[in-house]
Every structure is written in structure tokens, then in C-alpha cells.
Design a protein around this ligand. Structure first.
Ligand SMILES: *Cc1c(COP(=O)(O)O)cnc(C)c1O
Length: 428
């Protein structure tokens, strides 16, 4: 496979952009080689500047649940663009997307749109602090909530990939207000909440951790979290930026039957355009400016193009049978990959929540950050490159989730499974 143009572009990019990329994990540092520069995407596939095609399991890191360049999304965007791209004044589109989101997430009475998941979590925490009058927060090791200062503590995603859980540039005084606990550790949670509750504004959690692969909550973990936070007046924030409309239409909160006080969304609700959202119970959201005193704003927030892509995407997803179809395909992929690993005699652990999944190169059960880190990242890197050579594009890190879209056909999935078997054999 020829990748000369990608290599040339990357060399040029590194002279102009830090590391040649605008988000760290894109740089392929964890798997070697240089990143592919993408020219276009269509359905389940992306095409690089050298003309190679790949079945894509990154899907822009989650948003593209309909696949690339879905015809209805593209046509709605064209029409919207002709009416102007931003006004800085309210539109009916914002009201419609808010209505669709609130209907799907009954735990939220009100929602505010922002421009990224980072903005959503950052703002939700400010609101939780304003609402409770307390400063400290609890997060869990390996959970990534965007790159705001207080949240870049023992975070997943790029931070896990590069092994720098704490970033230089984050003042110690910020990090001091963040308590981190192991995910799925009920005893540590109980101990901390019962002793520290007076200073705790909120607990923020990825209900399924997608930023160290795919880590599922153990039975009773989320229930205990809900019970304890309610008992001590601590705001429970579900960061569903990745899991929202992904693990189910109603997110992880629908799957596990938990009602958080606040929810953060992003990725899918923007249909591939930059969007985030945070919302929650009426009493909490009423502190948000201009209704209340907690300030939060955005020049391009509620942008008509992003709202249009989001509305179109959610309308398609809300049709009956869509998630059943997604589940069927994902289950087939899971079975095929697990069988391929067994056939090739490679020890792996496969985890999946709806259409997000991770195949860890480890023999150990993965249930938190520490156990995820038992994965053999060198073996993953060889697997990644073997798959790439066979036309399958995975996230370039062991600690990222893979995603499936409605555009992935049965043929795509069978080809992926066959490629996985060949790749696993090749790297043995
Ligand atoms: C992607 C992600 C974010 C950050 O969203 P950005 O749009 O990249 O800022 C926050 N939380 C979770 C769970 C995510 O997966």
C-alpha cells in the first residue's frame, strides 16, 4: 500500500502544527508510522490522499453513527448553509434539537448547547459548584472528560496513551480540588463520600468508560454512586459525550436505569459538526446565566449548521428498528473477532456496549484503569498496522474504543473479521 502523499503532508504539517496534528492521538505515536491524511469519507469507508480505501472503525472518534457523508445530513447541511452559517441570535433549530434531546433523556429538564464535549463537562462542573456552593469534585481514573484543567487528572484517552495523566500547565491548586478514585471500586467510593461530602460539589463519571477502551460498570457500582450522591446532596454528572445515543438512544442512563442530576452530551448530537451540551434537573439548570448567576456563554453555541446535522441525525436514529439493527451487526462483529482471536491463539479480552467496543491484548479481566493497562501495547501496535495494511482503520491506540455505524454492511464486517484473523496470525 502506497502512502507517500500522507507521509509528505505529515512532514510538512509537523513544521507548522505541534506534532503535525490538531489532537494528539491522531499522530500514530502509539503505533508507529505516520498518520493517514484523509481526503474523503463515504458510508463505512474513508479514503486517504494516496487513494487507499479503509473500513473505518474510528468514525471521527464516535460522532458518525450514520457513517460518513450520510446523504440526508449532507443535503440538510447544504440547505442550511445557504441561509447563513451563524447569527449569534436564537433560532428554531436550537429549540428543536433541545426538544429531541430532552425527550430522549428524561433525567434532563433543560439543556444548554456548547461547542465541544470539553466545554460541556467544564460548564457542568461550574454549574454543580455554583449550585452546591462546594468546590471539590470526584472523578475516576481513566475517565476522560475533555481537557479542562481540573479534569486532566488521571484522565484516559491521549493521556492514557502517552502515560502522562497529569499535564504540565495545570496548576496544582486546580488539581487539588479533584479527587480521583478507581472505577468500579464501591468501597473507595463509600469511604471518600462519607468522609469528604461537605466539600464535594459533584461526582463526574463516564457510565461506560470509553477512553481507556471500553470498561463496563460492574453490577451495583452505578446504583451505589446514585444512592450515595443523593444521600449527601452531591450532584451526580453522567458524562455521556461518547455513550449518549451510542450505547442506546437514551444512553447508558437508559441501559442501566439510573437518573443522574446532570448529563453531558456531544459527539453524536452534532452529527459530525462541533457540538456539546449539558443539562439536568430544573433547580440545577436555573442557576445558569441569564436565568441565574453562573456564567457560561459561546459566540457559536447553538450554531445553525451543527444544530441541523444533529437534528437530522437524531431523527434518523429515532426510527424504529435502528438500534436493533446496530446491535445485530455489533454482535456479529464481536463473535467474529472473539472467534478469530481464539482461532489464532492470541489471548484477548473483548468488551462491548452497543456499538462501542474494545479488544484488549491481555489475559486479565479489565474493569478499571489499572487492569486496562495490563494490555500488551506493542502487540496492539503490530495488530493495528497489520489491519491497516489490509484496509481496516482502527483507532491508533489500544486505549480507545472502536465504533460501528449504520453504514457498516455485513460484507464490511465479514471482511474485517477475516482481516483480523490474518493479522492475528501474522503478528504471532
Ligand atoms: C470525547 C469526549 C469528551 C470531550 O469532547 P470534545 O468534543 O473532544 O471536547 C468528553 N467526555 C467524553 C466521555 C468523551 O468521550
Amino acid at each position: 500500500m502506497e502512502r507517500r502523499r500522507s507521509r509528505r503532508l505529515y512532514e510538512h504539517a509537523t513544521r507548522l502544527i505541534p506534532g503535525g496534528v490538531n489532537s494528539p492521538v491522531r499522530a500514530f505515536r502509539a503505533v508507529g508510522g505516520n498518520p493517514l491524511f484523509i481526503e474523503r469519507g463515504r458510508g463505512s469507508k474513508i479514503y486517504d490522499v494516496d487513494g487507499n480505501a479503509y473500513i473505518d472503525y474510528v468514525l471521527s472518534w464516535g460522532p458518525l453513527i450514520l457513517g460518513h457523508a450520510h446523504p440526508q445530513v449532507v443535503s440538510a447541511l447544504k440547505k442550511a448553509a445557504e441561509k447563513g452559517t451563524s447569527y449569534g441570535a436564537p433560532t428554531a433549530l436550537e429549540v428543536e434539537l433541545a426538544r429531541l434531546v430532552l425527550k430522549a433523556y428524561p433525567s434532563m429538564d433543560k439543556v444548554r448547547f456548547v461547542n465541544s464535549g470539553t466545554e460541556a463537562t467544564m460548564s457542568a462542573i461550574r454549574v454543580a459548584r455554583g449550585f452546591t456552593g462546594r468546590d471539590r469534585i470526584i472523578k475516576f481514573e481513566g475517565c476522560y472528560h475533555g481537557h479542562a484543567d481540573g479534569l486532566l487528572v488521571k484522565a484516559g484517552s491521549g493521556a492514557a496513551t502517552f502515560g502522562v495523566p497529569d499535564s504540565p500547565g495545570v496548576p496544582k491548586s486546580y488539581a487539588r480540588n479533584t479527587i480521583t478514585l478507581p472505577f468500579n471500586d464501591i468501597e473507595a467510593l463509600k469511604r471518600t463520600v462519607t468522609s469528604e461530602w461537605k466539600s464535594l460539589a459533584c461526582v463526574i463519571v463516564e457510565p461506560v468508560v470509553g477512553n481507556i477502551g471500553c470498561v463496563l460498570p460492574r453490577p451495583r457500582f452505578l446504583e451505589t454512586l446514585r444512592r450515595l450522591t443523593a444521600e449527601y446532596g452531591i450532584v451526580l454528572i453522567f458524562d455521556e459525550v461518547m455513550t449518549g445515543f451510542r450505547v442506546a438512544f437514551g444512553g447508558a442512563q437508559a441501559v442501566y436505569g439510573i437518573k443522574p442530576d446532570m448529563t453531558c452530551l456531544g459527539k453524536i448530537i452534532g452529527g459530525g459538526l462541533p457540538v456539546g451540551a449539558y443539562g439536568g434537573r430544573k433547580e440545577i439548570m436555573s442557576v445558569v446565566s441569564p436565568e441565574g448567576p453562573v456564567y457560561q456563554a459561546g459566540t457559536l453555541s447553538g450554531n445553525p449548521l451543527a444544530m441541523t446535522a444533529g437534528i437530522t441525525t437524531l431523527r434518523i436514529l429515532s426510527k424504529s428498528g435502528i438500534y436493533e439493527k446496530l446491535e445485530q451487526r455489533a454482535a456479529r462483529l464481536e463473535k467474529g473477532l472473539v472467534d478469530a482471536a481464539r482461532g489464532a491463539q492470541v489471548k484477548t479480552r473483548f468488551y462491548r456496549a452497543g456499538t462501542m467496543f474494545c479488544c484488549y491484548f491481555t489475559d486479565t479481566e479489565v474493569y478499571d484503569y489499572r487492569t486496562a493497562k495490563t494490555a500488551d501495547t506493542e502487540r496492539f501496535a503490530r495488530f493495528f498496522n497489520a489491519m491497516l495494511d489490509r484496509g481496516v482503520y482502527l483507532a491508533p491506540s489500544q486505549f480507545e474504543a472502536g465504533f460501528l455505524s449504520l453504514a457498516h454492511s455485513e460484507k464490511d464486517i465479514e471482511k474485517t473479521i477475516a482481516s483480523a484473523y490474518d493479522s492475528l496470525r501474522a503478528i504471532q
